[in-house]
Design a protein around this ligand. Sequence first.
Ligand SMILES: [Zn+2]
Length: 152
Amino acid sequence: MVKRETKDCETCGNPIPAQAFTCHFCDASQSVENFPKTRERVIRSNLEAGLPTVAQALERLERDLREARACEAKVVRVIHGYGSSGRGGKIRDAVRRELGRKLARGEVKDVTPGENYSSTTNAGRDHLSRFKELKTTERSDTHNPGLTIVEM
Ligand SMILES: [Zn+2]
């Protein structure tokens, strides 16, 4: 998601990945202020790659949103796939339920299902005007049921 770099553990000083929340040498947690900030305001979370189980997809969502918050991305395009039956549909349902809970708890600002997203809907127009980067994927994102757009 962000460039591979290392940082020194705040506790033991060993080199650890710049995106690490904990040190794999001493288990000490690292402060979020030292997390590398992304230059991209809009990032992608691909929950489809490698055909994960529903549990794995939810773990990946959790990790990607935590990373998005730490690197101060503003929008996450969550790619979860779709399907009325089978794995794709189950992942989508589970991911949307979880995002709904996060929205209710105030952990994310906005959740827009891909099928409601286009330059002619209020949500789509609002996102496209505030985040010009979304224009590069506007064609594939429009009315795409395999996608959910999350504003952090
Ligand atoms: Zn350490």
